[in-house]
Ligand binder design. Sequence first.
Ligand SMILES: *Cc1c(COP(=O)(O)O)cnc(C)c1O
Length: 365
Amino acid sequence: MILMNDFKAEPEELRTAELAAVGRVLHSGWYVLGNEVKAFEKMWAERCGIASAVGVGNGMDAIEIGLRALDIGEGDEVITTPMTAFATVLAIIRAGATPVLADIDPETALLDPASVERCIGPRTRAMLLVHLYGQIRDMERWAALCDRHGIALLEDCAQSHLAQWNGKTAGGFGLFGAYSFYPTKNLGALGDAGALVCNSETLAQRAAVLRNYGQSVRYHHTELGLNSRLDELQAALLQVRLNYLDVYTARRRAIATAYREHIVNPGVRMLAAPLQPESHVYHLFVLTSPERDRLAQHLKSRGVETYVHYPVPVHRQPPCKDLRCDPNGLAAAERHAAVCLSIPCHPQMSDADVNAVIEEINAFQ
Ligand SMILES: *Cc1c(COP(=O)(O)O)cnc(C)c1O
């Protein structure tokens, strides 16, 4: 089976380095929020070209903590996309704010600016842009739109590790960027982990207080925070795995290039190609087909695993069915959910695997 992710196929030298990192933590006798976390935060901020990174428990908490650190909550609306991981919207709700869902551009599955503008109202405080599938795009346009309406730009970077637009890295455009290091992400830990990145020292400090019960000095609480601390083991493992990120991203891009060149089936469409080589890190390679379910079945029978990201848009999930949406509806998101299919695009794939995926898709009738 050609899998969507294949961690067992990771190189032995990576395993060895990970075991050494685990040993270092065991011997340190310090397991939560320590020097490993500090070292990883510094490395990650540097790689993002951003002043600060604050390690937290997961990507969803990074969003919630970022919102709370900006005092975005009760009575405030945050515009985002229904075509995303549920965590994006759940984090807004957990922060006490109200999500408002705008439609997507069917060519990219990213938010559609015209729809976002239709969603803006007197209570809109921010727009949370999701760099879906690893694509960052048109950031000047988003920044200008937010400026024009006096709302904050925020970034969900859970799928876009080190993607760049005009030389600037995801997470550096908004007031904060929220990263997830869930194992399947482009940079993944061996458990849950996340980070908030930002250029404001004040915001970073507040986030660091919020992640630890709102504690400013040991046993002194300046506000009601949460428990979302990054542990030393994950931080040590992330430092090791970060050494592989560039090579792995290059491999994802090479696979995507092969798919774009060689998948030729009139019943299958690609999303729009990235406008800049660095602006897509191919967390996922997503096709669309009106015969999506049959294509997935065909591929499964030929030994190719696929997933659907995402089969149910957020506004169709029962707890979110009453959320405010674009008054014109969310037809593009609904259509995308019905036709999208993610095919394997991970760094451990061999050229033979890539060719097999291409051949099986081309053979589909
Ligand atoms: C994975 C993901 C999240 C949530 O990250 P967790 O670490 O799983 O909490 C949020 N947004 C998007 C777009 C994601 O892909």
